[in-house]
Design a protein around this ligand. Structure first.
Ligand code: SAM
Length: 468
């Protein structure tokens, strides 16, 4: 571990430093979080071959005591759970989500906290998942697709552009800030190698900028959660202290110091404001999990002036990460008609009712409009339903993963070995009517197949297939 880091932690923690440093000799904790959109914890625990224990601060979280290759179970491909470090599960819980809220996750990739928020919203309200790094959008999109929420908008923007265009409209904003990652040193050798005092200072300067813009997106009365997975006071208490100094219309909301959470440390700031102790630190020597910092802030003001201090960029011309490459041969009306025809023939239970958006040859089910997104790099305006091709409609993988088996007119239920073969790309022999069939395993959808003459063509996306 970096010497400068050890020295700083010894100075900060004093008598507690040996216990803290000793925790680095222990193996890191591993966890999974159950997708409450698709199942419940009891059913999940009964279905998987692992030894699990509840994570005290997250009702859908489980420690994995015995179990391996967690990302390689077909239930993972079905979006039944997410592999997540247990301390990270405290963050979305701290947002205090209520159904119907409009929630913005500003630094969303790879999607751990976004998928958690999606479960807490239960397909109500709107969840905007934003990630500034274009290279991280694909992975985020895949994780969200598996999760199967119907109310998620995927955006690839800078936070300041969102603040200027959208202003103070969200009930909840999460800033899971890019940080120096000291809390992940047990798990992440790259974070250890990258560490330096200058890196910490650089992260702190960036966090200050993003936090300022993030706050402008919270409606009066709304809340923002600021979190990091690092120990440096510059990135944690000192950020919050400076923010509160500059924003008298914001207050900290206490996070209950339950489950081994420790109060944050006002004495590690120049201001020493006692209220700072209402934020929490998760320490690896005090609980079962890695290091985290969580502050919940409430906007108590009545109105917000949005300074238009960001230059108005011209609309982006370059192709967006997920945008169709070529112009469509089918009109927007034609795209909708093809979707409606598919829906009539292959779906049940009114699935797909709601507002549609057509982008080139793709159609999306969009959540209640929360804001004007013209001029912003919206990668997916909602749940991707499918793509219109001349004379036929291809349902999206995202649609398959958002469906429950009873919502499909035809399903092909597989046992575990056949499910693995399906994920590897094998065709299946199954009698039944010609047409689209939803492939399922134990009541969870895995993807599409198209049957013709008793052979089910495998439409599991090529880029996601498992190697044999
Ligand atoms: N919330 C994610 C999760 O739970 O899976 C992890 C987010 S990670 C701690 C921080 C994210 O911030 C990264 O995806 C990174 O690309 C993004 N990021 C980096 N620079 C940023 C900036 N200037 N503004 C906003 N986000 C930034």
């Amino acid at each position: 571990m970096p010497v400068g880091f050890i020295q700083r932690m010894q100075t900060l923690l004093g008598d507690e430093a040996p216990a803290f440093l000793q925790s680095y000799e222990e193996p890191p904790t591993t966890g999974v979080r159950v997708n409450l959109l698709k199942t419940d914890v009891a059913r999940f625990v009964a279905a998987v071959p692992w030894t699990l224990d509840p994570v005290p601060w997250c009702p859908s979280g489980l420690y994995v005591r015995l179990g391996e290759r967690l990302g390689k179970h077909p239930y993972h491909a079905a979006g039944v759970y997410y592999v997540q470090e247990p301390s990270a599960m405290a963050v979305a819980e701290a947002l205090d989500i209520a159904p119907g809220q409009h929630v913005l996750d500003l630094a969303a990739a790879p999607g751990g906290k976004t998928t958690h928020i999606a479960s807490l919203l239960g397909n109500t309200g709107v969840l905007v998942a934003n990630e500034v790094e274009t290279s991280r959008i694909k992975g985020l999109g895949e994780n969200l697709e598996r999760w199967g929420a119907r109310n998620v908008v995927l955006v690839n923007e800078r936070v300041e552009r969102l603040a200027v265009r959208w202003g103070a409209r969200f009930d909840r904003v999460l800033l899971d800030a890019p940080c120096s990652g000291e809390g992940m040193f047990r798990k992440n050798a790259a974070a250890r190698a990258e560490w330096s005092a200058q890196h910490v200072a650089g992260c702190a300067a960036r966090q200050e900028r993003i936090l300022e813009h993030a706050a402008r997106l919270v409606r009066p009365g709304g809340r923002m959660v600021y979190s990091t997975c690092t120990f440096a006071p510059e990135e944690n208490e000192q950020q919050i202290a400076a923010f509160l100094d500059a924003h008298p219309d914001w207050v900290l909301v206490p996070v209950a110091p339950l489950h081994g959470f420790a109060p944050a440390r006002p004495d590690w700031t120049a201001q020493r404001a006692p209220a700072l102790a209402q934020a929490v630190r998760l320490w690896p020597h005090r609980l079962e999990g890695e290091g985290h910092f969580i502050a919940v802030l409430q906007h108590t003001g009545t109105a917000v002036a949005i300074a238009r201090d960001v230059p108005e960029d011209p609309p982006r011309r370059k192709r967006r990460a997920d945008a169709p490459a070529r112009r469509t041969e089918v009109s927007a009306q034609g795209v909708v008609e093809q979707w409606q025809d598919f829906r009539r023939r292959f779906l049940r239970d009114g699935f797909g009712e709601g507002t549609l958006a057509v982008r080139a040859d793709r159609v999306y089910l969009v959540p209640a409009p929360c804001a004007d997104d013209s001029e912003l790099a919206v990668v997916r305006p909602g749940l991707w339903l499918g793509t219109a091709k001349p004379g036929r409609f291809e349902p999206a993988h995202a649609l398959a993963l958002a469906l429950r088996p009873y919502q499909a007119a035809d399903t092909t239920a597989l046992a575990l070995p056949d499910a693995v073969r399906y994920l590897q790309g094998a065709a299946l022999e199954r009698a039944g009517p010609d047409g689209w069939t939803l492939i399922t395993l134990d009541g969870w959808s895995l993807g599409w197949g198209r049957r013709s003459g008793g052979i089910v063509k495998n439409l599991y996306p090529k880029g996601l297939r498992w190697s044999g």
